[in-house]
Ligand binder design. Structure first.
Ligand code: SF4
Length: 320
């Protein structure tokens, strides 16, 4: 039998998910409504990003907050290409074999940050299991390029887990970003289903290492809820995070990107998000953002100011 392959057909964005059965996409409740991206500021941010050929997680992950964030020039740059070597069940970023690294990327990002006049910038990346250092040196190059162009801009990084990449995390920590973020994403029981290529305790340990190597760096981590986790499991994760010294916790509703992605178990109500915030604050996080539309980088600039103020207040209290 001859099998004809249509080479002109577009490649699926997530080839590993193409044969999965469709799951039902639940209708969004009234409290998940976002602004359409139509403002002048949005168009200006889009132009800078596209003219420079940069990749953002805002677009790649189809983030619901893009209208609001880009209106304020707040885009989260995604480095190391647009193709991820993992295949998490919740994520909309393209998967497959990535392209070689773009050596010009650090300079392009540094120019964009300067042009946009950003006081705070968030840099994230795809996972690059194919690179011997997982892309650690490229993170460092981007941080240094931004510092050289915009020394007053504070830098927040949202990294992959650098699993099986010895020394990679240490390399990035040594570049002294202001905030080191790595998302635990979900509770340990759901890792195999939602984040099969990752290991819960490895991710937790990565954040603990940041504090051991440089206690001045703020650490931050996030959870998606609505995937089938229980309240008790979320509270246990909060305790684990506090044991690892994590300063800032973000919690947001999981939204299903396509019918091939993990199904939403339920929509967590705004009241439940508020309750998570109250519990997390009582557990000692310096800052907590817990709302249905909270994402790792949502309001990151304002939150950095709040985080710094909260640390100063705590230090002053500890001195008295
Ligand atoms: S929340 Fe983050 S990912 Fe979403 S649009 Fe805003 S900056 Fe981009």
């Amino acid at each position: 039998m001859t099998v004809l392959i249509d080479k002109s057909a577009p490649k699926p964005r997530h080839p590993e998910k193409a044969h999965r059965p469709d799951t039902e996409v639940k209708r969004k409740p009234s409290w998940i409504r976002v602004k359409a991206p139509t403002s002048k500021g949005y168009a200006e941010t889009r132009k800078i990003v596209h003219d420079k050929g940069l990749v953002t997680v805002c677009e790649e992950a189809a983030c619901p907050n893009i209208g609001e964030c880009w209106e304020k020039s707040h885009a989260t740059f995604m480095i190391l290409g647009d193709t991820c070597t993992r295949a998490c069940a919740f994520c909309n970023v393209k998967t497959g074999m990535p392209q070689p690294l773009d050596a010009e990327e650090p300079a392009k990002i540094a120019t964009a940050v300067k042009e946009m006049g950003l006081a705070h910038v968030v840099i994230t990346s795809v996972d690059r299991d194919d690179l011997s250092d997982g892309g650690a040196q490229h993170f460092v190059d981007v941080i240094q390029a931004i510092r050289a162009e915009s020394p007053k801009t504070t830098i927040e990084i949202l990294t992959p887990d650098f699993l099986r990449k010895d020394g990679a995390a240490e390399t990035v920590i040594a570049a002294k970003p202001d905030v080191f973020n790595h998302n635990l994403e979900t509770v340990p029981r759901l890792y195999l289903k939602i984040r099969p290529g990752a290991r819960y305790y490895h991710s937790l340990r990565l954040l603990e290492k940041v504090k051991e190597q440089d206690p001045n760096q703020f650490t931050k981590s996030g959870l998606m809820v609505g995937l089938g986790e229980t309240k008790e499991e979320v509270m246990q994760v909060m305790d684990d995070m506090r044991s690892a010294g994590i300063d800032f916790l973000t919690i947001g509703q999981y939204l299903q990107p396509t019918r091939k992605h993990a199904a939403i178990d339920r929509f967590v109500t705004p009241e439940e998000f508020k309750a998570y915030e109250t519990i997390a604050r009582a557990k000692g996080f310096l800052l907590v953002s817990s709302t249905p539309l909270t994402r790792s980088s949502y309001h990151a600039d304002e939150d950095f100011a709040k985080l710094s103020a909260a640390r100063q207040k705590r230090n002053a209290r500890n001195r008295t």
